[in-house]
Write a protein that binds this ligand. Structure first.
Ligand SMILES: O=C(O)c1cc(=O)[nH]c(=O)n1[C@@H]1O[C@H](COP(=O)(O)O)[C@@H](O)[C@H]1O
Length: 269
């Protein structure tokens, strides 16, 4: 997908919502456990209930990998279902990969060629040669962790290196990588106040902002500090939407929660 297509979807839908597919068999409604593939049955129902309200889906691969081959097959079915039925939605494989160059190339092929995701999340710790292989694919994007939503972000990301916080160094350095126009960055909604200075470093990049909902981030603050002229934000919420109910009404409850967020977004942009 191109960035202009993604921005157009945001404009048309008045939504920059990304629905996170963090599917846990212990949390989904028990009646679905009788299905042949409960993970895919759940993700399909969530997609059907929310697709007109969001512009992106983010399956977190950990939740699929946890179930071994069956989980990976459910991930494949989910991305195939999205690509076939909702090709205008931006898809994110939340896999947080990154390794020496030749290994990163294999990861990139796995997510961009075999599974045909639009993007994959990656960790910046191993630097340029671990990131650039992901940037070689046309109309595909690597989403680099900059300032994450969790408490552990303060262990390294905010520590001073060369007189500035490490996450700022990540943003500045990565912006110089080859094909850096194919980079997006993760900034946690729980750290919305940092978005002001982050926007000075990467004014035009898309930011994936998780942490609204279960982690308590403020959508309003994210928009105040993080929005650019094209909106430039994808705000993810997973548990607050997909587990809004664990009964037979789970899809309606997920839709209601997604609609609530979409309405707030429409007002804020
Ligand atoms: O890369 C991510 O998506 C991510 C980065 C981050 O800093 N914080 C964060 O929560 N995430 C992911 O975003 C999702 C948040 O889920 P909820 O807290 O349930 O909305 C999970 O899949 C996390 O792995």
């Amino acid at each position: 997908m191109t960035l202009s297509h993604l921005s157009k979807q945001i404009e048309n839908k008045k939504s920059f919502l990304c629905v996170g597919l963090d599917i846990d068999l212990e949390k989904i409604p028990t009646h679905l456990l009788q299905e042949e593939d409960p993970i895919f049955a759940f993700s399909k129902a969530i997609i059907e209930a929310t697709h007109d309200l969001c512009v992106a889906y983010k399956p977190n691969t950990a939740f699929f990998e946890a179930y071994g081959v069956k989980g990976w097959m459910a991930l494949e079915k989910t991305i195939n279902y999205l690509n076939k039925n909702y090709p205008d939605h931006f898809t994110i494989a939340d896999a947080k990969r990154g390794d020496i160059g030749n290994t990163s190339t294999r990861y990139a092929k796995a997510f961009f060629e075999d599974l045909n995701f639009d993007s994959v999340t990656i960790a910046p710790y191993m630097g340029k040669d671990s990131v650039e292989p992901f940037l070689e694919f046309e109309d595909k994007f690597a989403i680099l962790l900059a300032l994450t939503s969790n408490q552990g972000a303060f262990d390294f990301q905010t520590k001073t290196v060369d007189e500035k916080p490490l996450y700022q160094e990540v943003l500045k350095t990565a912006s110089q990588y080859k094909n850096s126009d194919r980079l997006m960055y993760v900034v946690g909604a729980t750290k919305a106040e940092y978005l002001k200075e982050i926007r000075q470093i990467v004014p035009n990049s898309f930011l994936l902002v998780p942490g609204v909902g279960a982690q308590g981030g403020s959508l309003e603050e994210v928009v105040t500090y993080g929005k650019n002229d094209q909106v430039g934000l994808l705000v993810n919420s997973s548990r607050s939407i997909i587990y809004a109910s664990n009964d037979t009404d789970f899809a309606d409850a997920a839709r209601a929660k997604a609609l609530e967020l979409q309405k707030q977004m429409a007002e804020l942009i």
